[in-house]
Design a binder for this molecule. Sequence first.
Ligand code: CA
Ligand code: CA
Ligand code: CA
Ligand code: CA
Length: 232
Amino acid sequence: MKIMMVLAGFVLMVAYCVISTSDVAQAEEVLGTGTDSLLGGDLTDPEDDGAPDADEGYNAIFTANEEPGFGGGEFSFNVFDNILGGGNAKWCCGRGGGIPDEGLHVTAELEESYVLTHFTVSSANDVPTRDPTVWEVQGSNDGEDFTTIFSHDGDSFWDQRLQVVLFEAGEDFEAQTTRYRFFRHVTFDTASNPAGAYFQIGEIEYFGDSSLTPVDPKTKLTTTWGSIKNIR
Ligand SMILES: [Ca+2]
Ligand SMILES: [Ca+2]
Ligand SMILES: [Ca+2]
Ligand SMILES: [Ca+2]
């Protein structure tokens, strides 16, 4: 009996280790470096025909709480300019006094709502200590109340400059059942925050499904993916 108890305890311990490890492990995928490694055609510009200098051709309305615009000095909307490179192809470098409590955020408002299926975030060309270490991707349908879709608090994901990293629903963040029309990227910390120039992002791409039927929260627990597909 005693041996059984010890064995059961051992099995539970192993199971706990496996579960907690898989919880922490994020299987984000490195797609490469530079503009050619971007997936392209994301929700903010499916045709990839946006002209950043004129702010024309984009399929989203962009807003930000820091440096809104494509022009200026490395302003925030350059995370949607479809380009990875130096200078104004990025958003850099943070405001004086460090990152505010609400974070540094940039939002894309789309014409339709989408279930987020995957997204990419790319490092910029400056020093790695400016890459986000604590950050989130959030969704909203009114542009006021945001729900966290993906969150990270730890080491930077990027080990090269201008590196494109892919994050997928069901692997790197919870498979989504709610459609959102606003997607917001928020950076709460970087390795060099708040000293000097402490922040940068090269590019962000969002991808989603606008046809997925939103799940009634009451039936959410018992609904399987198979039956959702059948309903569609
Ligand atoms: Ca377009
Ligand atoms: Ca700037
Ligand atoms: Ca794009
Ligand atoms: Ca860019």
